[in-house]
Design a protein around this ligand. Structure first.
Ligand code: NI
Length: 227
């Protein structure tokens, strides 16, 4: 399942965050790559342990944890500390699948990457090219969202960032270990959650069918969750 999450950050939050990270020192993006993806990657990145990355990353994680659509769609167990990259003209990241396990530099966070996420920090009109292109079982999806919006997709997907032909693309990217490892189960719980919320709006939260369905949702989650 690919899920667009609008308004993770407000335009003001994006502007503040951009001012902080744009002023920091950026390095070659291959610092976080495996050997194979290093060959395909042309971009720059904020060092993972820089103060700018840590502060901006904490702001993004806090915003995500407040966002009901993110919580319902990702069912997050652990969010990897967000990383930041920028692509200028001629830069791109060729086809790859993200590493299955990711450990933070300080060794404090180690996760299985169930989900990949990109939070866009440039407006789409500020650059040409730079689409995030994701191949999944339903076809090829090209994603380019407004600054502050995010896309969540299975980390098992083959994906790439198309070459930039004008301007610059800045984004945050990171991974999530979900309470629900399997994408199909997570998608089913998400659909069920949305349907229950819709039913509750129509019938009221105290309606017997809504109460029963909410209970069934939690019992499925309990059956499948790894915490
Ligand atoms: Ni990737």
């Amino acid at each position: 399942m690919m899920l667009q999450i609008p308004g993770v950050l407000s335009k003001d939050e994006v502007a503040r965050l951009r001012a902080a990270i744009d002023a920091a020192d950026w390095v070659d993006g291959n610092v976080t790559s495996g050997v194979q993806s290093g060959l395909a990657k042309r971009n720059r990145q904020l060092p993972e342990d820089s103060a700018a990355a840590r502060e901006a990353g904490a702001a993004i994680v806090a915003a995500l944890n407040r966002h009901p659509l993110f919580v319902a769609g990702a069912l997050p167990a652990t969010i990897f500390p967000p990383l930041f990259n920028r692509y200028g003209v001629g830069e791109s990241f060729g086809d790859h699948i993200d590493n299955a396990v990711r450990q933070s530099r300080d060794g404090l966070v180690r996760i299985r990457t169930d989900l990949s996420m990109t939070v866009f920090l440039s407006e789409p009109e500020d650059y040409d090219g730079g689409e995030l292109t994701v191949d999944d079982t339903y076809g090829v999806h090209q994603v380019k969202l407004a600054a502050g919006d995010a896309i969540l997709y299975p980390a098992s997907s083959l994906h790439r960032v198309e070459a930039i032909t004008r301007g610059e693309r800045v984004s945050s990217f990171f991974w999530i270990q979900s309470l629900i490892r399997e994408d199909a189960r997570r998608a089913l719980l998400f659909d069920m959650d949305l349907a229950i919320q819709r039913a509750a709006r129509g019938l009221g939260h105290g309606d017997a069918a809504v109460v029963a369905l909410t209970g069934a949702y939690h019992n499925l989650l309990r059956m499948w969750a790894e915490v």
